[in-house]
Design a protein around this ligand. Structure first.
Ligand code: G3I
Length: 335
């Protein structure tokens, strides 16, 4: 059982590895900038089975303006994971948010564009073939209002088929690799969840290679109870595996000011218990894994740019590396 920790030093040494309580892969996101921090390195090696590169396996890092690919940073993450006997999850090949100069220059010629699109997917997949245990092939394809697929360069040039083309190219490059469709706010917006599931159903009907559904679960502490459970249930009804892929629970997004944090901590704990219990209740064959989007509060993307009056506290460990009551609740719910 976990003992409550008080100091940073004790924090990293006297609690059982979080992954030891769990019979499915427990993941964490990572970037090379964190890998020279001894506490971060030791805690990640101790507590997690799987690493998701937070940004360095994305087009924004890999694809150069001339179309060449660079892999130095993600390769470093893969090497470190292998040393820790951890797997690496590929995130992400095609995303509306990142398309790059190389593709913008080609958008006037559909045939050339598609050749480059397929080449990017196979180039990255072949580089990591045998070194990753899955790929978010397309990330965040659905509009938040659930009305349609999101507009993006890929859809503009290739049409709605950009999604099937990506999954088929990925499957050709690495037939053994689990291919994932990942999105966010599926628990907040039932209409978005419905449209996501319509896309999934269509892909399955067309025989598009798709093996896992990712629900990011970036939530705030004021999310109504039951939404996570309903979402996991509906996604699991497809029969595909489920990746709870980017879990964090913001206090700041819920609280109106720094004082309000106090009023949201119980709700935050209740939500992480709900997420853990709903995920653990899945049939074992459908549990692809659960990934936390950061190690300590200070590592969170929420605290990256402006930490503002008071930094957010969305993660399991505090800035000293101590397991917070939120982390204790997470482990207790899974234990
Ligand atoms: O560390 C470099 C720094 O050296 C450089 O000077 C600076 C300027 O280029 O960039 C810094 O890297 C930034 C990195 O975060 C680390 O802070 C990248 O520019 C920035 O693009 C990157 O943002 C990431 C974002 O996705 C876009 O890739 C966030 O870390 C990451 O948390 C966020 O994660 C997304 C998921 O992929 C999809 N779901 C939503 C989630 C949160 O937005």
């Amino acid at each position: 059982m976990l003992n409550a920790c008080t100091t940073g030093e004790a924090a990293t040494s006297n609690i059982a590895p979080l992954k030891s309580h769990i019979d499915f892969p427990l993941g964490i996101c990572a970037m090379t900038a964190q890998m020279d921090d001894p506490q971060w390195k030791s805690m990640v090696a101790t507590h997690f089975d799987r690493i998701t590169p937070e940004w360095e396996m994305k087009m924004e890092y890999i694809l150069q303006p001339d179309g060449s690919l660079r892999f130095d940073a993600p390769d470093r993450i893969v090497r470190q994971a292998r040393l820790n006997r951890q797997t690496v999850f590929g995130h992400t090949l095609i995303w509306y948010a990142q398309d790059g100069e190389h593709f913008q220059k080609l958008k006037g010629d559909r045939a050339e564009f598609e050749i480059a699109y397929r080449a990017y997917i196979s180039g990255v997949m072949n580089h990591y073939k045998g070194h990753v245990d899955g790929w978010d092939v397309v990330n965040e394809p659905i509009r938040d209002d659930g009305s349609d697929l999101r507009d993006c360069l890929w859809r503009e040039v290739l049409g709605d088929a950009y999604i099937d083309i990506a999954y088929r190219a990925a499957h050709e490059a690495d037939p053994a690799c689990p291919l994932v469709l990942n999105d966010y706010n599926l628990e907040y917006y039932p209409a978005k969840r419905k449209r996501f599931l319509q896309l999934v159903e269509g892909m399955m009907t067309r025989g598009t290679p798709l093996h896992v559904l990712g629900t990011q679960t970036h939530i705030a502490a004021d999310l109504p109870r039951g939404a996570i459970t309903q979402t996991i249930r509906e996604l699991a009804a497809t029969g595909l595996k489920i990746h709870l892929s980017e879990l964090d629970i913001s206090l700041k997004e819920a609280a109106k000011n720094a004082l309000d944090f106090r009023n949201y901590r119980d709700a935050q704990r209740a939500l992480i218990e709900e997420a853990a219990e709903a995920y653990a209740a899945l049939p074992s064959g459908q549990r692809f894994g659960l990934t936390i989007w950061g190690l300590r509060d200070k590592d969170s993307w929420y605290n990256r740019e402006n930490r503002g009056v008071r930094p957010d506290e969305p993660l399991l460990f505090d800035d000293k590396g101590a397991l917070k009551p939120l982390g204790q609740a997470f482990v207790k719910a899974l234990g």
